[in-house]
Design a protein around this ligand. Structure first.
Ligand code: GRF
Length: 192
């Protein structure tokens, strides 16, 4: 039996560009999609992604992350108000506290630009190139209190070519991210 039957209410947290948000919104509009994106929150009120959310007529809020608890408390209220079932982090550059994770009490997913458990944290592509890795990639994982350490739901590799630099690798990885985040959400909703 499906653990999460029907269309689920999704909130997305972002910090900037929002290209993953865009791909999730596009996916959510497909006929057989299992999700509705109904709320976008950014810790950066100037985030490009908020403009795209407005254009797509999705409720969105910029809440400065000056004091951790303010952002978290305001977001928790909104997540409750909009009856959110799953929170997806997409380029969200802040770390949510254990208290937030506990209080929200629903699944939180994150997309991370590395083949976890390799390269948790920042500068993933730089580290992969420096270590002469043959592959880079992206992972969608469950968010727990431990940074980038929750169960991996889906990941995909890309080859690192000799000619690659951080920028070219970022571009390649971003392309697969747009493909795998929607797939990972589907997998999460149907395979549990
Ligand atoms: C993505 O590469 C994601 O993995 C990382 O930050 C980037 C966000 O890009 N956490 P965007 O804002 O979705 O365009």
């Amino acid at each position: 039996m499906e653990k999460y039957p029907g269309k689920k209410n999704i909130a997305v947290f972002i910090s900037g560009r929002g290209s993953n948000l865009k791909s999730l919104i596009k996916h959510s509009k497909k006929k057989n999609s299992l999700i509705k994106i109904i709320l976008v929150i950014s810790n950066n009120p100037d985030a490009e992604g908020l403009k795209y959310a407005s254009k797509s007529k999705i409720k969105n809020y910029g809440i400065k992350f000056t004091k951790n608890s303010n952002f978290e408390n305001s977001s928790l209220k909104l997540l409750k108000k909009y009856n959110i079932d799953i929170l997806c982090l997409a380029g969200f550059m802040k770390i949510l506290s254990g208290n937030f994770i506990k209080k929200f009490s629903k699944p939180i997913l994150n997309i991370h630009p590395s083949l976890l458990p390799k390269y948790k944290g920042l500068n993933t592509h730089e580290r992969a190139i420096k270590n002469k890795d043959r592959f880079a990639g992206s992972s969608i994982h469950k968010v727990t209190e431990k940074l980038d350490s929750g169960k991996v739901i889906l990941q995909k590799k890309v080859k690192i070519l000799k000619s690659d630099n951080v920028r070219s690798l970022e571009k390649k990885v971003l392309k697969i991210e747009h493909e795998i985040y929607p797939k990972a959400i589907n997998k999460f909703l149907t395979n549990l």
